[in-house]
Design a binder for this molecule. Sequence first.
Ligand SMILES: [Zn+2]
Length: 62
Amino acid sequence: MTTKETAPGGGEGKRYLVDCNGCSYERAATGRDEATRIGTDHRRETGHELVAIELPPTTETA
Ligand SMILES: [Zn+2]
């Protein structure tokens, strides 16, 4: 599991795209913990290697 980060520190509340190198599996996750959990689950099931790509922050205003 490799985590690519464009900004130092934090990780809480950030959005990640968990992308599989072994198949077309991909999932969006919020927070590094969820990204890691998704990646670990898929890896355990398939043995595939996954990458968590940090998504740019959304700048939506209410
Ligand atoms: Zn896979």
